[in-house]
Design a protein around this ligand. Sequence first.
Ligand code: NCD
Length: 305
Amino acid sequence: MRQDHLITATQLSRGDIEAVLDRARAIAADPTAYADRHAGTVLALCFFEPSTRTRMSFDAAAKRLGIDTIDMGDVSASSVSKGESLADTVRVIEGYSDALVLRHPSEGAAQMAAEFVDVPVVNAGDGAGQHPSQTLLDLYTIQETHGLDDLTIGVMGDLKYGRTVHSLATALTNFDARQHFISPESLGLPRSVRFDLHETGAQIREHDDLGAVLPELDVLYVTRIQQERFPDENEYHRVAGEYQIDASVLEAAADDLTVMHPLPRVDEIAPDVDDTDHARYFEQAHNGIPVRMALLDSLLESTHE
Ligand code: NCD
């Protein structure tokens, strides 16, 4: 890693990504060789928004490296509920830990936290912004199934508020990937992300229908409509339920199409897809362990240098 923090996918070069994925693969091959590697260090888990996978997989990954974890717990039970600012909270927690994983509803929160503390900060989701550690496990999964070059990927669902999409799309510009974005017009990529993609010369196309591109895809990355980010509940109900897939839709896909989803899903992937060879989303979630072990290992290693 060129930096001690992981805030956005834009900071990840191809070399950074490959280094983490190679390390994750070595860890997956022999996890016990990494046990106790960071004994005596403490990781703080600071989640200001709900989380299952990210919180638990960081916790498990840390423990598998011998790292102790401390968890801020539910926001309603912390001093945040007394009106404490994020800057004060992270400055205090910095004194209790060697690294900090932060999820927060405000875009830019992780960047702001990183400016206040000296320990590494991992952005575990900042509002509708970025979620770069998810991207590393997504890339690991794609690498395992198809390889990262000469890839045709479709990203479908809530591209506007879906932070995993923003990070993944950015990171894929390091590779030879054709990216198709499929969403209702109202949930298309944010202008800033589209701009960044165009700046890198990325091969992107936007569609409002999956049918036309499905047969040419190697990977279909489905996302949840992010209900909690809609300013208008009616607007959510207008688009919710669109862009769902089931096993019959996938009959038009290539036999080796990989279907991914950062999870949690609501109803965008029908349960009958789980029984097909396309479904890789549970494996994808499990890949969070070796990938987050590799990430923590590399961040803590660079602070010790
Ligand atoms: C995602 C998130 O929190 O952005 N979940 C995750 O970390 N795997 C996706 C989502 O909530 O839809």
